[in-house]
Each structure stands twice: as C-alpha cells, then as structure tokens.
Design a protein around this ligand. Structure first.
Ligand code: DGY
Length: 339
C-alpha cells in the first residue's frame, strides 16, 4: 500500500478537521500557537505534500526554495497577503483561501466595532470594572456617544464583506456610500442601497468609514494623515481589513487631538504589535484580529482549507476540484505534467 501524503498544519485547528484530514493523509499538526520563523516554515513545508497555514505565516520564494515535494498551501483566511502567489505558482504549488464562509461574521463584527466605538462601550466598561460607578455621581450628560441611525456609512472596498456591511445598514436607516475600483452591478447596488462615490467624497461625507479593502502595496496607508484630515471631526473609522492600510501613528494623533471622534480597529500595522499611542487612547476600541472568530465561522474556515487540500489530492466528494483555489493555473500545469 502506498504511504499517505503528508499535511503539515502550522496552527492548532479543530480536532474534527484534523480527523477529516487523517482519513486521507498523514497529519503533522502543530499543538502550539506561536509565530513560526521562516526557517521553521521552510523545514515544515520541506517534509510535506500539503500545508495549512495561518495569516502570520509568510510563504514566499525563500521559504519555498528547493522544495520539490509541496503541492498545496491552504490559507486559513480570505486575505492572502501572507502568500507570494507568484512564487507559489512558479514552484507549482496550488494556493487556496477561505472566501465566503466568513463574509457575514466579519460584517457582523464591523458593526460591533462601529457600535462599540460610537457608544464608547470599551471605555465605559473599563470605568465600571474599575469600580468608579458607585459614588461617582455620574451625570446625565456623562458618557455621551454618537448615534449611528440616520447617519452616513462610507465603505472603502466593496467586495463581499463590504456588501454584507452595507446590507445591514438599512436596519439603522443609514445612507450608504461606497468607493471601489469597479462599480457594482446595479442590482447589487440596489440590494445594498449603496451609491458609488469618489474617494474624496467618501472621506468628506462619511460619519462612519469602514475599511474592507485587501492589502496591497498600492493600498498601504490608503488612510494616512491627508485622508484623516479630509474626514469629519465627528467621524468614526473602522478597520476590519488589514493592518498597514491605515497609518496607525497618524490615526493615533488624529484621535488624540480630537480630529477624529473614535476608531474601532481589529487589525494593526505590524500586528500582533499594536502602536503604543493607540493602546493609550480611550476613543479607540481595539480587538486582536478576531472579526472572523465566531464558533461556526472559524470551523467553516478550517473545513474549507481542509476541503481544498483533500480535493487537490483527488480525494473526497469534489476530488480534483478544490473549491477556492487562488492560482488554479497550477492544476493545468499538473495535468500537463509540467510541475
Ligand atoms: C481573513 O480571513 O483575511 C481575516 O482577516 C481573518 O479574520
């Protein structure tokens, strides 16, 4: 009997997902959650036919160098700026991500951050837990926040998650403006009740600006000092996309100086490090990159990553058709025997 191919799983994932993989593969799963060095990644990938990796695992030409065994890298996330797709394609390695299954959970979380930042939930909770309430003579006009209902929601990046955020806005009677590289089909705009505007108009009009665009070099600091200066002083900025899209130092200065009312941030430049100036601000609600972390969604993401690996090796219900490949051209190379 031929030996089973081997999958190297870089992060601890749900045991039932590992059990599914074990039906077809030898599985080497990391029991400990910690950043892996390029050397550790290289060594892990060198001994495997497939890998499941997380957003902190940078898979580039150096890590792939000399690896002739690896066929598949499945990313546990929809964003894939940790993968060098050109290098993977050149190495004949199929890459996949986890779109769709996390759309609604991330959209929910963007609203959680909008509401928490606008109504000062984090700061109020810290105050209460610190025991300040009893005896504080809290005034009727203390803890005033901002309303969402009736305001203008701006969405920068109108893919599936942006659309999910927009659809929820009708429950808050909000006007929705968006800016995107391409205009959405009219039917989708109508369903989202969203109007395309230029970026300057979006910045000027939004009471709540939510960032949902992918990280690329072109999008680095898409919101920096000039963009923050173009926003209303009463505006709230929410980032559920990627660190580096916002210039965190410039954002912290704007929040500290009252040039922006509040921010809700799930992602940070250089995470897991967070700019110390942000940590010091009460008008910033901060979460550790958990927008997709609902019970159901994280399981669905892990299962989708496993589905991609299983199908790429010709196993399972959709053998030969990985559901969410990023560089499917690699499979035609396999078919032609080129890789
Ligand atoms: C993704 O999948 O890209 C998200 O950032 C994960 O939470």
């Amino acid at each position: 009997m031929n030996a089973k191919p081997k999958v190297w799983v870089a992060r601890p994932v749900f045991p039932e997902v590992l059990d599914r993989l074990r039906q077809y593969f030898e599985v080497e799963a990391q029991a400990e959650e910690r950043p892996r060095s390029p050397a550790e990644l290289k060594a892990g990938l060198a001994g495997a036919d497939a890998a499941i990796v997380g957003l902190a695992d940078r898979i580039d030409a150096a890590v792939l160098d000399g690896n002739t065994r690896l066929k598949v890298v499945a990313n546990l996330g929809v964003g894939h700026n940790n993968l060098d797709l050109d290098a993977l394609t050149r190495a004949g390695v199929l890459a996949s991500n986890t779109p769709d299954v996390l759309t609604e959970s991330v959209a929910d979380f963007a609203w959680a951050l909008m509401l928490a930042a606008a109504r000062r939930v984090g700061a109020a909770e810290r105050w209460l837990r610190a025991g300040h309430w009893p005896g504080s003579n809290m005034r009727f006009d203390d803890w005033l926040g901002l309303d969402l209902h009736g305001r203008t929601l701006g969405i920068l990046g109108m893919g599936r998650i942006g659309q999910g955020i927009a659809r929820r806005a009708s429950g808050f009677s909000m006007r929705v403006l968006y800016h995107n590289r391409t205009r959405l089909p009219e039917a989708v705009e109508q369903e989202c009740r969203a109007t395309l505007v230029g970026k300057p108009e979006l910045l000027a009009q939004a009471d709540f600006l939510v960032l949902v665009l992918p990280f690329t070099q072109a999008n680095r600091h898409a919101i920096g000092a000039p963009e923050l200066a173009a926003m209303k002083r009463s505006a709230v900025l929410v980032n559920v996309a990627r660190g580096g899209i916002v210039d965190d130092a410039a954002l912290a200065a704007a929040l500290r100086e009252g040039r922006l009312a509040a921010a809700g941030l799930d992602v940070f430049e250089g995470e897991p490090q967070v700019h110390p100036d942000l940590l010091a601000l009460d008008n910033a609600v901060l979460s550790p990159h958990i927008a997709s972390a609902s019970e159901d969604t994280r399981r669905a993401m892990a299962n989708l990553a496993a589905d991609n690996v299983i199908a790429a090796f010709g196993f399972g219900d959709v053998a030969g058709q990985p559901p969410t490949p990023l560089n499917p051209v690699v499979m035609s190379h396999w078919a032609a025997g080129k890789a």
